[in-house]
Design a binder for this molecule. Structure first.
Ligand code: HEC
Length: 288
């Protein structure tokens, strides 16, 4: 009996104690039975992951089922897209930016943005012209200027410039205008002279407004665009700021037509290179 090592005896005792329900042993048997008990209880747990291996075959069946919905969105989204923008409307949608651009182009006509139009319109009011001739040039204390009226009186810009600068009282009782259309002062009121009041550029601008904007003068006629460009340049560079005076009026009378403007000579500018006659070039006459 003594031949059997003591540690082996202890182990067999522990095995007996475990099968007996334990508790009868004392000393180190307790810890050993507890560790073996843990091992036995952990064994089933370790075994259980291997059992789900059978259900694991079923999972692949579950996965393919969610997958089919993936093909669906392809036409679901297509139909959704069709609901928002129908295929037939796609060209319309594609053309929208172009249309918006061209529409904005029609809304903002070049004339509206042109400082020549804007400043001349403001000047017509601020210089008091609108007060006597009407905001739209329909007439009042002064003659009607709209509907071609002022162009009938003054076929050329230069004659209107001379008349407005000088006013009506300086030529009281004299005939002026194309075909002797007017007699100065005949209306019973006076057209105030603009000497010392308007600048050279302002005179051109306000007359441009009366002719082009109020009276619908043909702006495509030869030289008209050049005249507008001249005003544009002066407005930007600050040119033409000298106030109208007698000297400048004399210059205007050299350029104006004696058949339309009393006191005019029609000689033309003494220095056409340095100081050309203002307004669009006249048809004949200036080189007299
Ligand atoms: C105080 C009122 C008054 C103001 C301000 C006034 N005018 Fe006149 N205007 C008249 C009267 C009145 C006549 C006609 C005078 C006459 O009987 O000869 C006239 C005549 C004219 C004529 C000649 C038209 C034609 O067919 O015979 C022109 C062009 C003109 N004015 C432009 C202007 C301009 C440009 C301004 C602004 C700078 C202006 N007027 C400011 C009262 C005015």
């Amino acid at each position: 009996m003594t031949e059997i090592p003591e540690h082996l005896l202890k182990r067999s005792k522990a095995a007996k104690g475990k099968s007996d329900g334990g508790g009868s042993d004392d000393g180190g048997a307790g810890p050993e039975s507890a560790s073996s008990g843990e091992a036995s209880s952990s064994a089933p747990v370790a075994a259980s992951p291997s059992t789900p291996a059978a259900p694991a075959v079923e999972f692949p069946n579950l996965d393919p089922t969610p997958e089919p919905p993936k093909p669906e969105p392809s036409y679901v989204t297509a139909s959704k897209a069709r609901n928002r923008i129908p295929v037939w409307a796609l060209p319309v949608v594609a053309a929208l930016p172009v249309w918006a651009w061209s529409y904005a182009g029609t809304m903002q006509q070049p004339e509206v943005e042109d400082p020549v139009f804007i400043e001349s319109a403001e000047l017509y009011t601020s210089a008091g012209c609108a007060g006597c001739h009407g905001a739209g040039g329909g007439g009042g204390t002064g003659y009607q200027l709209s509907d071609g009226e002022v162009i009938t009186t003054f076929p050329e810009v230069i004659d209107q410039m001379a008349h407005v600068a000088r006013g009506s009282q300086a030529i009281q009782g004299e005939t002026y205008g194309a075909d002797g259309r007017r007699v100065s002062g005949e209306s019973g009121a006076a057209m105030p002279a603009q000497l010392g009041t308007l600048t050279r550029l302002e005179l051109e601008l306000v007359i441009f407004h009366e002719r082009a904007t109020l009276s619908g003068e043909d702006m495509d006629q030869p030289g008209y665009e050049d005249w507008m460009e001249h005003m544009r340049e002066q407005a930007e560079s600050g040119g033409g700021e000298e106030l109208l005076d007698e000297e400048y009026l004399d210059f205007l009378l050299l350029c104006a037509n004696p058949d339309v403007t009393p006191g005019a000579t029609g000689e033309g500018s003494p220095d056409p290179e340095e100081q050309p006659c203002p307004g669009p070039p006249q048809e004949g006459g200036e080189e007299a």
